[in-house]
Design a protein around this ligand. Sequence first.
Ligand code: SAM
Length: 482
Amino acid sequence: MKSYINRSMATLSNKTEEGKISPIDPGEASLTLLNDVTSYLPRCDGRRIIIIGNSARLSASEVAARAAQVISIDPGELHYHSSTIRLRNFPSVPEGDSRKTMVAENSGDLLIYDHRVSLINEEQKHFLKRSLSWVREHGYVCFLQTTNPGKENSVQQSTDTLCRITSATYNGTQPEEVFGLDLILIRHISGPFTQRENEADRKMMWLFQKVKRKVNTDMTFTTLQEILNNQLYTKVRIRQLESIFGRTFVSAGGLTATKQFLKKLCLRPGMKVLDVGCGIGGNAIYMAKEFGVKVIAMDLSSNMIDIARERAKELDVSESDVDFEVADATKREYPEDYFDVIFSRDTILHIAGKLQLFQKFKTFLKPGGQVLVSDYCCSEGEHTQQFKDYVKTFGYSILSQREYCATLEEAGFVQIDTENKTDLFIKTTTQELDRLVSRRQEYIEEFSLEDYEAFSTMWSNTRKCAAVGDQILGLFYAENPK
Ligand SMILES: C[S@@+](CC[C@H](N)C(=O)[O-])C[C@H]1O[C@@H](n2cnc3c(N)ncnc32)[C@H](O)[C@@H]1O
């Protein structure tokens, strides 16, 4: 299944029981919302969709019109037991409380939960678990939640609830079978590159994929997002990195390296850029301010995106210039032929499936579109034990520059070019370490002595790995064929 953005989608249709398409008018506000929601959903042509909650609008949408079957479930305000089910394209089914018989387990391709999720009582928890059991493995689950930023705790409450839902595991139909939800995307509903007018009562969309999980007996984190948020990039850790690499950056060389790397591109005002693994926004904000490009900046760590949004506000960068979203680069689908440039700085080292990722990049790029990636690489041949341990500790997935280029080529890119930027890496790392030493007291006061020592040891080791030739900072440029 693929998601799509079809901004010109002006006519929504409603299939009648005879299968004819009749136009419906959900009203202008709803239309905008619908366009936004459906633009981020996986493509569901010929699939089965289950909609819970405000189903009238969604079942009238194009996503639903293309589905093989739409099952609308109206739970009514907290009266789950008396919910009714309406089925489209399946007219002979009787209505009524027939959930158990009518919605088979593992049968749905997409579950849309357009209803406030709350886990206050057992009945609500039971209903949630039951509805998740309707979705097949690798099927999608979308929660649409209204949050009011002006209302105290509204956003936080909704986030907390969704976090509990996603960090939980759910029993499958087979013994020992356990499922979980992998995050694909969290974002406000209002299209990219549009300015929101009404800050109050915003819709948030959370999109997940249902996946099998191993039972987690040692209580460590299971998803990559949990590892990023809770181990590698806690909010304190992000502030520590930013204090070394410079405001809005969490990568070696900060803005100095960015300026150098961007010379490879010819950015022009209005170009659409995707920043993959944007961290706290430095690269995206710089590109938007300096070149007038429009950036979608995505990162799987919600800690990063929270801080990135704060920084954008402080620097007076609007959401129409840089649109930040929490998303997994390995799962998020963007429309085909959409971006002029895909940029990524020191992020793809976290991703093992580089070929699949580059294949995705290729579909999102316009013909002739450009890719610019900086990433940690390794030298050819054997490496020191110190380097191997360091790569293992951080769970990095690292290729040589030659392998990296071969992967880009296999994905279909042309005009591939690479530069070894290790000298710059060593130079900036040395400056960063010097700065850390000169600010030792300040750093210890802000964080702790333990943090100071841990960071200086870690960063000295990284510099050493680069100095002995194990670690290379590679810069890669490639083009989508015209
Ligand atoms: C070293 S930081 C670089 C951040 C930023 N590019 C910069 O230059 O400051 C790597 C980033 O990759 C993000 N990341 C890792 N895996 C990701 C994934 N699958 N999808 C999106 N972001 C990911 C991390 O959360 C982190 O913010």
